[in-house]
Design a binder for this molecule. Structure first.
Ligand SMILES: [Zn+2]
Ligand SMILES: [Zn+2]
Length: 918
């Protein structure tokens, strides 16, 4: 098949289409109008559909989707339900960006068959690439539905290819959407993405691209195209755009969010958009993208010229409406993201969900609206639920997450003021774009908020038009972390080539403790390969088994077990067996049994956490150990003591019920169909057949570990503590079986020893401690009273030693008998009565001295400073000090110098008073 022939489909011949070359972009296109010069796409032409409807029917989101799916159903396609927007089945991306993502990599790589062939689907997709244009361009959205018909052609089974694809497309638009045939152009193009490529048609109607028909049949390798075994028809029809096409509204937002916007305009007191103005924006924005620094400014200038308005007049009209458009889109996107299990956080998809919430909040602030955004999201839940009722069930958790985020953002902004202020000082009166990006990325402060705060300090901040696009790009690079090959794999992956896969006896019987095997290969680094083994290789958060290998005249310890490709490597310590030698392997059963218990407990705990906290809970990590294990779960709040108790209680109920834990293998697509993507708690597992572990009526996961046969074998499950290890992730530390009993015993014996110390029974510990605390409080009060009494008496005594000195009254005193508190009280008492008093009190300790200086109100007028005097005295005593004008303190480690310092007080005062020494 040559490059041109794939474009020459039978429909074009049949209907009399002509192939033309666009005089603007140079691309070839197929049209029913032999005089056409332009391809019909942006920027070669502008939208005509807004003024000249290409069809007489009007569709809304729900009936447009239904028309599409039922048309393809009638034409032998099987309708497939939508996938979640969170791509749990993929290890490379977080969110679904196109309908084909649903079938990558397993179907497109040929690992599993598609759920049906051909099939039709309408898949909600999330894209943040043009987030800064949402609301402003008339057409960009962060969430949209890609409707598609897919056919997967295998060498031995062809479904359909270019002829049928184009014909289906033509028939859908003409028969179902009633578009006049002469309005439909097919532009030839080349598509590539995700390492694949192929020719495609861009389908344009009335100036807007409404569908892309891709014939994916190449693999891209450097600059070569290699034919693929599986040829995929990958189509994408923009549901929202088709709705827009039939409604002649000025923007896509007016077409798809009519009720939301009506309600919102009312709420915000916004004048509904004038068609003339916004249609002009949409038309001119058809080819607009945020490229240069001030492209949006230029764009607005163009629009205003066209409309005969000043830019200021234009912005006054359009900015509130554009903000409303953006809020409508962002709040709907949140329904899909949070409803499908994204928990707002500072990582991955959670980062993007948080970004949407913060953008909505700031947009509301811009409009001067103090209205809970949960109500906006709630409205969108109801809208979305008309077609996808599952989101209604999740509304409580979705709204709770939004509410929590709203409160968090307020705290963030409060804390942010100091950060912004400091930054302005550091950057000498400005804030650079780099800092602006950092303020969002590291501190969650939106640029408009930064600008608002900066303005209070008289600093003008320039916000890049593509600010959030830059933020998203920074995070797109950090896709799901690539699986890093461990050292053993890197060292041996070439070496194990050609060895047969090791037979895994623990999958046949997890209770096998001893086995016979033949040595197939020995590596000088101490690794032994056997034909079969029941040593579990480290994986899925379960540590490896250890044990021994024995043979005729030898024995070695197995200290580590690793899997490289399908071969198990036993790391041994001691002598090495020879190749061909028969060995007996014995695993450390006590250790393995513990690991099986804690591993099985992990499955039970995740099931319990989901029941207690909600369906948004996913495992985000686990480590099974002998003594202690841990399970990390996604959750948007700290776990409360009550929730932890409930999780623990439910888990132990399942243990007590002694339910069977079944393990079995299922084809991937069968397992996914039966249990959903919930299976991939521990991440995506490879292969056509996947191993399912089911705790009956409780939890089902794809898992390759070793488990108990019945939950009763686990024994006690005890949660030891929980902690927040990162934003949106809670770590549950737990212990099981005999180790859990030991833990409880330890806690109990601590409790008993406490009761011995307190001299009460264990039942009375709380009462006894409360009693002690009360007693301490009472004693403190008494001490306080005593100090006051002493201070009063001391003041009386000392008042007699006060002498006149250079126009002030002076008191100096040193004592070993009172503490600092008493000294301060004494001086305070005297100073209150004698405003002309300067007093110095040195408290002598065993190894240190404390200096206290007070200057009365009248004495202050002479320019004396208690802090300075305290410093000078303390220096003479070999230490240091300081303080305020009326009260200074100091001290040193040299009691022997204290009296000499006291001798010099008059000299110091003379200096301070500017006079002569005495
Ligand atoms: Zn063109
Ligand atoms: Zn497991």
């Amino acid at each position: 098949m040559t490059l041109t022939s794939i474009y020459e489909v039978s429909l074009f011949k049949e209907k009399g289409y002509t192939r033309k070359k666009c005089i603007s972009c140079g691309r070839n296109f197929w049209t029913l109008n032999p005089d056409a010069n332009y391809c019909g796409d942006q920027p070669c032409v502008t939208y005509t559909f807004i003024d000249e409807p290409p069809t007489s029917i009007k569709l809304n989101i729900d009936n447009a989707r239904e028309k599409f799916l039922s048309f393809f159903e009638r034409n032998n396609h099987v309708r497939i339900g939508k996938y979640p927007v969170v791509a749990r089945w993929r290890d490379d991306v977080y969110l679904v960006g196109a309908s084909i993502y649903d079938f990558q990599p397993w179907v497109t790589d040929g690992v599993i068959p598609p759920p049906s062939n051909p099939l039709t689907i309408s898949q909600p997709c999330i894209r943040f690439t043009d987030i800064d244009l949402v609301g402003k361009s008339g057409r960009h959205l962060t969430e949209f539905e890609m409707m598609a018909h897919h056919a997967f052609n295998y060498p031995d089974k062809k479904i359909y290819w270019n002829d049928e694809t184009v014909e289906y497309c033509f028939r859908f638009f003409t028969e179902e959407v009633k578009v006049q045939p002469e309005k439909i152009n097919f532009i030839e193009d080349m598509w590539s993405g995700g390492g694949n490529a192929g020719e495609d048609f861009e389908v344009v109607i009335g100036g807007i691209e409404v569908a892309t028909l891709v014939f994916m049949h190449y693999k891209q390798a450097e600059d070569k195209l290699i034919p693929l075994k599986i040829q995929t028809v990958d189509t994408g029809y923009g549901l929202e755009r088709i709705v827009w096409l039939t409604n002649q509204t000025p923007t896509v937002y007016d077409a798809i969010f009519p009720s939301f916007l009506r309600k919102f305009y009312n709420l915000a007191g916004i004048k509904p958009p004038e068609k003339k103005i916004f249609a002009e924006i949409s038309k001119l924005a058809g080819s607009f993208s945020l490229k240069g620094k001030s492209s949006l400014k230029e764009f607005r200038l163009n629009v205003s010229r066209k409309l005969g308005l000043s830019v200021e007049e234009l912005e006054k009209i359009i900015l509130p409406v554009e903000t409303a458009y953006a809020i409508a889109d962002f709040s709907r996107t949140l329904v899909f993201m949070l409803g499908d299990g994204v928990v707002p956080s500072n990582m991955g998809a959670g980062y993007l969900a948080r970004l949407l919430i913060r953008k909505i909040l700031r947009n509301m602030h811009y409009l001067g609206l103090n209205y809970p955004i949960t109500e906006l999201v709630d409205f969108q839940i109801k809208e979305v639920s008309r077609s996808f009722p599952e989101y209604l069930e999740k509304s409580e958790v979705i709204l709770d997450m939004v509410d929590v985020e709203e409160r968090r953002f307020k705290e963030t902004m409060q804390k942010g003021r100091t950060i912004i202020k400091r930054l302005i000082e550091e950057e000498k009166g400005k804030i650079s774009t780099k800092s602006l990006l950092m303020l969002y990325d590291s501190h969650g402060l939106t640029p408009d908020y930064v600008s608002q705060v900066a303005e209070e300090f008289g600093v003008n901040v320039e916000i890049p038009e593509d600010f959030y696009t830059q933020i998203v790009q920074m995070h797109e690079k950090s896709q799901k972390p690539k699986v890093i090959k461990d050292e053993v794999t890197l060292r041996f992956e070439g070496e194990v080539e050609g060895l047969p896969p090791t037979k895994l006896l623990y999958y046949e019987d997890a209770y096998l403790k001893e086995f016979k095997a033949e040595v197939l290969k020995v590596f000088k680094e101490g690794y032994v390969v056997l034909n079969q083994t029941c040593f579990y290789a480290e994986g899925g958060g379960q540590p490896p088994d250890i044990g021994i290998l024995k043979w005729n005249n030898g024995e070695a310890k197995v200290i580590d077990v690793q899997k490289v490709k399908n071969v198990i490597l036993h790391k041994v310590e001691g002598e090495l067996p020879n190749v061909g030698c028969h060995v007996v392997g014995v695993i450390d059963w006590e250790r393995r049994k513990s690991l099986m218990r804690s591993h099985t407990a992990t499955h039970i705990l995740i099931g319990a956490a989901r029941k207690v906290l909600g369906d948004h809970v996913w495992q985000s990590g686990a480590l099974k150990g002998v003594e202690r294990s841990r399970l990390d779960i996604s959750h948007y709040l700290r776990l409360t003591d009550e929730q932890v108790k409930e999780i623990e209680k439910l888990s132990n109920d399942i243990v007590a019920k002694n339910v069977p834990v079944k393990t079995f293998w299922l084809p991937r697509e069968v397992a996914e169909g039966k249990y959903g993507f919930r299976l991939y708690q521990g991440g995506v597992v490879p292969g056509r057949e996947i191993r399912i572990v089911e705790v009956e009526n409780w939890d089902v996961e794809a898992c390759g570990g070793t488990h108990c046969k019945f939950t009763g074998e686990i024994g006690l499950i005890k949660i030891v503590k929980t902690e927040r290890i990162q934003d949106g992730v809670e770590r549950i530390h737990f212990t099981v079986g005999p180790q859990a009993v030991e833990y409880v015993q330890q806690v109990d014996s601590r409790f008993k020893s406490l009761s011995r110390i307190l001299g009460c029974s264990t039942d009375d510990i709380e009462k006894s401690i409360e009693g002690l605390i009360d007693e301490i409080k009472g004693l403190r009060k008494n001490v306080e009273k005593l100090r006051e009494n002493i201070a009063r008496q001391l003041a009386e005594t000392l008042s007699a030693t006060i002498k006149e000195f250079k126009g002030i009254q002076l008191l100096k005193y040193a004592s070993k008998l009172v503490d600092v508190e008493v000294a301060i009280k004494t001086l305070a008492e005297l100073t209150k009565a004698k405003p002309n008093l300067v007093s110095v009190f040195i408290v002598l300790g065993e190894k240190n001295v404390r200096v206290i200086v007070m200057v009365g109100k009248e004495a202050l007028k002479l320019g004396l400073h208690a802090g300075k005097i305290a410093l000078k005295i303390s220096k003479l005593a070999g230490g240091s000090g300081g303080g305020k004008q009326d009260f200074g303190q100091g001290g040193s480690q040299h009691p022997e110098k204290a009296l000499e310092a006291l001798e010099n007080v008059e000299n110091i005062l003379c200096e301070e008073l500017g006079g002569f020494k005495k």
